[in-house]
Design a protein around this ligand. Structure first.
Ligand code: NAD
Length: 351
């Protein structure tokens, strides 16, 4: 029998959850929706869902075992707590809360009520990330020492509530939370230093672009960037390891791995090389025969794993994939990034 789920917030991602659960998740059925916007309610009704007149009605529906919360970020905490106290299991959209303290409160309530609480960190199942995860796990480029992870666009806009501080707008919350979550899964070491450049180019209230540099205790450093004003995009991922480099250029997963070949020992050129820009020897291009070029590995992506894991957890067949403690670490970093940006200089930490 399918477990029944309700969704609070039937906007962009709320309706996406419903459509995908219905099409792809065998163990779940979307029963109903609560939203405060008449157009969203109308759409939910037309799409065939029960429309709850209030959250109270949703929470009193004993058939509903799980609730997905897909409203602007400032409403996540109160809805999560209300659902958990009503005995529902909760899937909350990212960023889980506005800060770490709010999340601690939710975790307490989830524990008190013995209910599942998880966060929709769906980008753990994106193919680009899974490729990088595989490459690093297999040591294909040797020991990594520098990671660049970024998303860049040029639309110069923040959709609706994303432009307002009160709602938890801005790119650190919106995209940063995904990129930091991925990075923490890739690097098993505490962050010991943060440099944060949050940019307000056209938004009055929130960061519309940012650059954050993190140093980890194990010696790896990472640059995380989100841009909405970049007209020539840099690679989505660029990673330097002791034995090679990997790059994933774009959303289409173009990219390659380049490693040292077997006759990697290069003799110094006797003469300076004259390039179009000027003379160099150290930076002169490496001869092609001293390198090995490989395609990016094949991986199985698939967002459905997120919800299938939740069904398996409820059936006591699996451990929870996205644990609240992991989100707490990301929120602690985000709190620290905002503080560091205010301080205007790099800050030490242990996160
Ligand atoms: N994981 C992802 O990839 C991903 C992608 C997009 C959005 N999100 C997250 O999902 C959440 C919603 O984002 P969105 O893009 O769908 O926004 P949206 O504006 O498209 O939709 C939000 C919906 O919530 C409703 N709403 C607003 N306040 C409400 C309230 N107090 N009670 C009930 N309903 C309310 C709105 O009417 C709207 O229908 C955000 O937390 C966002 O960060 C996650």
């Amino acid at each position: 029998m399918k477990r029944k789920l309700a969704v609070i917030g039937y906007g962009g991602i709320g309706s996406w959850h419903c459509k995908n659960i219905t099409e792809k998740i065998e163990g779940l059925e979307v029963k109903g929706i609560y939203d405060i916007r008449p157009e969203a309610c109308e759409k939910a009704k037309n799409d065939g869902y029960v429309l709850y007149p209030s959250v109270k009605d949703l929470l009193e529906d004993d058939e509903v075992e799980l609730v997905t919360i897909a409203v602007p970020n400032n409403f996540h905490k109160d809805y999560s707590i209300a659902c958990l106290q009503a005995g529902k299991n909760v899937i909350c959209e990212k960023p889980v809360t506005m800060n770490a303290e709010e999340l601690r409160e939710i975790i307490r309530v989830a524990e008190e009520n013995g209910k599942l609480f998880t966060i929709h960190q769906n980008r753990r199942w994106d193919k680009d990330y899974l490729m990088i995860k595989k490459i690093l796990a297999e040591g294909t480029v040797g020991k990594p020492y520098y990671i660049e992870s970024r998303v860049q666009g040029s639309r110069r806009m923040l959709h609706g509530w994303r432009g307002y501080r009160e709602n938890g707008g801005g790119m650190v919350y919106d995209w940063g939370v995904h990129l930091f979550d991925q990075l923490f899964k890739l690097i098993d070491s505490p962050v010991i230093s943060v440099t944060a450049h949050l940019i307000n180019l056209y938004s009055k209230e929130v960061d519309d672009n940012f650059k954050v540099f993190l140093q980890f205790e194990n010696g790896i450093s990472a640059l995380v960037e989100v841009a909405t004003n970049c007209f020539i995009n840099q690679p989505r991922w660029h990673i330097c390891g002791s034995n090679g480099t990997v790059e994933i250029k774009n959303w289409e997963l173009e990219g390659e791995i380049v490693t040292l070949g077997s006759d990697e020992i290069m003799k110094w050129e006797d003469d300076i090389i004259y390039t179009a820009a000027g003379p160099t020897r150290t930076m002169a291009p490496r001869p092609e025969h001293t390198m090995v070029r490989q395609p990016l590995p094949q991986v199985e992506g698939g967002w459905a794993s997120f919800y299938n894991n939740i069904v398996d957890v409820l059936d006591s067949k699996a451990e929870l994939a996205v644990r609240p403690e992991e989100a707490l670490r990301v929120m602690t970093l985000i709190d620290f990034i905002f503080d560091t940006a205010k301080a205007g200089k790099p800050q030490s930490c242990r996160i």
